[in-house]
Design a protein around this ligand. Structure first.
Ligand code: TIU
Length: 210
């Protein structure tokens, strides 16, 4: 546990609740809401085992200077990044929609990483924070499986971290994309990393083997 971190990707109201960025892209948010209990179960077991926790949030500065025009203009969203929506300005740091859902709120001692991209390492202090703690193994959960979770896991894999994704602790707006992502990550002898069910991880946390 001294060399492992739990990394929870972007469990923000903007992706998980109606009226946010995910919904503005035309998505049904219910598959994302459904994983909150599983994530909470792992988070509680991880905290009880004394493990280090990282939470990430995707978002941009109020002046959008860190948002590439291509990202803002992509697709035909009903609300673009920076527009005013029911939960404040979409995907802007400090707005209500940018915050992590109440059930998974970070507690003191946990690291919160704000990221302008899909990957957790791009233009963030995450690598330095992990290295300073001697962390070499990362357990991922969060949303969405094939976008921010997969991008972050691939970034971590290239940086030499051993990675595991919790199967029922991640979700996509597209169930077929989640299934394909799990298959891609673990193919070729776990070319990017492994996966496991939350129950297996919680059991391992309760009964650690030397
Ligand atoms: N649209 C989508 O599936 N995801 C994102 O835009 N961000 C994250 O995955 N966090």
């Amino acid at each position: 546990m001294a060399h492992a971190a739990l990394v929870i990707i972007d469990m923000q109201r903007d992706f998980v609740e109606p009226g946010g960025f995910g919904a503005s892209l035309g998505n049904d948010v219910t598959p994302l809401q459904a994983i909150i209990p599983a994530i909470r179960g792992v988070l509680q077991a991880w905290r009880a085992a004394g493990g280090f926790v990282v939470h990430t949030r995707e978002g941009h500065l109020p002046d959008l200077s860190d948002c590439p025009p291509a990202k803002r203009e992509r697709g035909h969203p009903s609300l673009r990044i920076g527009d005013a929506g029911p939960m404040g300005r979409v995907l802007v740091i400090g707005e209500p929609g940018h915050s992590i859902v109440p059930e998974l709120m970070p507690i003191e001692g946990e690291l919160v990483i704000d990221k302008p991209g899909k990957g957790a390492f791009y233009r963030t202090p995450l690598q330095a924070e992990l290295q300073s703690r001697g962390i070499t193994q990362l357990v991922f959960m969060g949303v969405t499986t094939e976008v921010c979770v997969q991008t972050s896991m691939r970034e971590a894999n290239d940086r030499g971290y051993e990675c595991l994704l919790v199967e029922d602790g991640t979700a996509s707006y597209f169930p077929e994309f989640k299934a394909a992502t799990l298959a891609m990550l673990t193919a070729q002898g776990a070319i990017v990393g492994w996966t496991a069910a939350s129950a297996e991880l919680i059991e391992a946390l309760r009964h650690p083997t030397p």
